[in-house]
Design a protein around this ligand. Sequence first.
Ligand code: UD1
Ligand code: MG
Length: 462
Amino acid sequence: MPTASIDLAAVVLAAGQSTRMNSAVSKVLHEIAGEALLGHVLAAVASLDASPVVVVAGRGQDDVAGLASSQGAEVAIQDPPLGTGHAVLQARAALEGFGGDIMVVYGDTPLIRPETLQLLIDRRHQADNPAVVVFGFRPADPALYGRLVLDDSDHLARIVEARDANETEKAINLCNGGVMVLDGAIAFDLLANLGNDNAKGEYYLTDIIAEAAKNGRVCAVIEGDEQEIMGVDHRTALAAAEATLQDRLRAKVLAGGATLVDPGTVWFSADTVVGRDVYIEPNVFFGPGVVVQDNVTIKGFSHIEGAIIGDGAVIGPFARLRPGTELAEDTKVGNFVEIKKAKIEAGAKVNHLSYIGDARVGMKANIGAGTITCNYDGFNKSHTDIGAGAFIGSNSALVAPVKIGDGATVGAGSTISNDVAADDLTVTRAPQKNIAGGAERLRKRYRSEKEARQNDNTKQDK
Ligand code: UD1
Ligand code: MG
């Protein structure tokens, strides 16, 4: 294993064209598991403590630059894009004086795992001191991948791009995955020497291998899994990458001690945190920013994003938790309940058909079926505060801003727009009027009117 003192920087290539996505959005901004492709790559290099991280973007890719900056990466612009070698050279200024390892990764390979990147770093520091370590793989169809040519000592002698390869070279099935770890002490000097006399007229990063050999340095290959360096170039590949990542996320949740009754129907975000002894029924979706603490039950068809779910809570079926939802321990959120930006305190229940937004629901309060917090007047959002132990009768509208005191009871069907003091009972229903025998009289009248109409119609038909 390398020592922690080995410095690592990363260069993430993201300047290429992305026409096959058929999108107004840059390729690496498309998302899987709630996170941009580029975000996954940045997370992988961040977990290896790479610093600095330089994202090479193309001209006009403000969305790429914006995401890179927001994740603490530097941005170098490659304009025009003249090949992968030329792309890495654009990071030279940002890495001025850096002599550690430089990891090159592509922004569109979201499935690369830190463990695999670490293997390349480890290989860089073996006794033969390779100038470059390349991620190699044996694809089912080598097609357009660069071919890895080994020498007699099984070191990497050079890489031949498919378009430039002869028949013997094309027959090699060990290919370049694109990820490399370079010796930063010489990498940019080697890159600056590359030419572009090849089939594409580009400065190929892959030519750095032969250049290193010319300088008396060996290069090495670490073989890995094709799936990990899968590049996302079009929507079908995006869906395939999503499927692979979801399987990984499900495996992680299962290993963490949660039950997924039907794993393939539960969709996670890359950042979903799920505790132990959590029980998740089929068909549940987790958007970004969800933390599920221990002993939670989530019933089928629930949609959850930006929410913290406390220990022992029971959610769903058919619950919708939107960003800013905080459920304390032992809370209950039942079917067809939507909660947004609201704190539901310990033991409180919102069991049926409600909207709770911009609110606090105090400890052990009970929110009756069909309760709505009317938080929006078309211009402003306002807050509803419901005290501990309060009881809100079914089909009540709480017109915010409004405060229901601890232990207060709101009668069913009320529209509440004034505060209610603790332990008060409030009701805004119209008074009830019972008319003795009125229903029977009404039925008689309607029945005889209907019969009269039918008699009229039969006469006209004759
Ligand atoms: C490259 C490799 C090939 C390897 C394959 C693996 C080279 C010359 N070839 O080929 O050996 O098998 O990847 O997928 O390196 N990019 C830039 N600027 C550029 C050109 C590319 O930033 O000027 C970026 C792209 O956005 C992409 C990455 O570099 O993220 C690779 O570019 P791509 O055009 O896909 O290279 P390939 O021809 O597939
Ligand atoms: Mg490619």
